[in-house]
Design a binder for this molecule. Structure first.
Ligand SMILES: Nc1ncnc2c1ncn2[C@@H]1O[C@H](COP(=O)(O)OP(=O)(O)OP(=O)(O)O)[C@@H](O)[C@H]1O
Ligand SMILES: [Mg+2]
Length: 251
């Protein structure tokens, strides 16, 4: 896939989602989760999505990561209409342009930290001689270089989360989607991860969308969205957020 030719760094948002709806179907029936969600995120912008547990934040992020296809709506990014692409074109777009931090880390079992970061580079066709310096540099950014050859299942929860962040960044994506990337981190490491995101946004013209329950993390974002009752709205402004985001979510 070539670099998107129709992308404009002018006023066109890097990500534009319009009226996305999504419902899950299970044995008990239909569970509507998103009821017409719209958002746009610009180049060099960091946006937070907050909201009560179970309101659909991970569902929204999965849609943005092309891991889940919404029931309705449109989704454009980097000048492309992503929902009109085939599944293999979507997979290629995801591999080239999106870095995804899963809520549950999802590190590969029985592998080292190095191997977890090397896998996406191999998949992207990065040459062996380039892989090691890139892995070392990315791990250093999250303060984990000393764990380079450590088995990933022997890391602490917070260390695993930082490996998950590093793995999402190692391919130098244009869009970072991070599902509670600081949820298991202490304040110092949480700030370290946010510093790194901030630096990438400023220096590399990328966009970050992160899900968080932490008002301090959200306050470092340019824009904060609240997802509630299946609808996304822009929070008045960072700093006026509730002390925690455990608002009630209606069924
Ligand atoms: N695969 C699925 N099948 C059926 N229902 C699902 C599925 N995944 C999620 N749900 C339901 O959809 C709703 C939204 O889930 P989601 O994981 O997006 O919430 P969330 O806002 O990320 O919550 P949390 O803050 O706890 O991570 C929940 O009611 C959940 O039970
Ligand atoms: Mg979630």
């Amino acid at each position: 896939m070539n670099n998107p030719s129709t992308e404009s760094s002018g006023n066109t948002p890097l990500i534009e989602v319009r009226e996305v709806t999504h419902a899950y179907h299970n044995g008990a029936g239909i569970i509507p989760v998103l009821r017409g969600v719209s958002l746009s995120v610009g180049h060099e912008e960091m946006a937070a999505v907050m909201g009560p547990s179970g309101c659909g934040k991970s569902t929204l992020l999965s849609i943005l990561g092309l891991l889940l296809i919404p029931s309705q709506g449109s989704y454009r990014a980097l000048g492309r209409d992503l929902l009109s692409l085939s599944r293999s074109q979507q997979a290629e777009f995801r591999r080239k342009f999106i870095g995804f931090v899963f809520q549950s880390c999802n590190l590969i079992e029985n592998t080292t930290v190095y191997e977890n970061l090397e896998f996406p580079l191999i998949y992207a066709g990065v040459r062996r001689s380039e892989r090691t310096p890139r892995i070392r540099e990315t791990l250093a950014r999250v303060n984990l270089l000393h764990r380079l050859h450590h088995p990933s299942n022997l890391l602490s929860g917070g260390e695993q989360q930082r490996v998950a962040v590093a793995r999402a960044l190692v391919n130098r994506p244009r869009i970072i989607l991070a599902d509670e990337p600081t949820g298991q981190l202490d304040r110092e490491h949480s700030q370290l991860v946010m510093d790194h995101f901030e630096q990438l946004v400023e220096e590399e013209n990328i966009a970050v969308i992160l899900v968080t329950h932490d008002p301090q993390v959200a306050s470092r974002c340019h824009r904060v969205y609240i997802l509630e009752d299946g609808v996304l709205s822009v929070a008045p402004k960072p700093g006026t957020l509730p002390p925690d985001s455990s608002m009630r979510c209606s069924p």
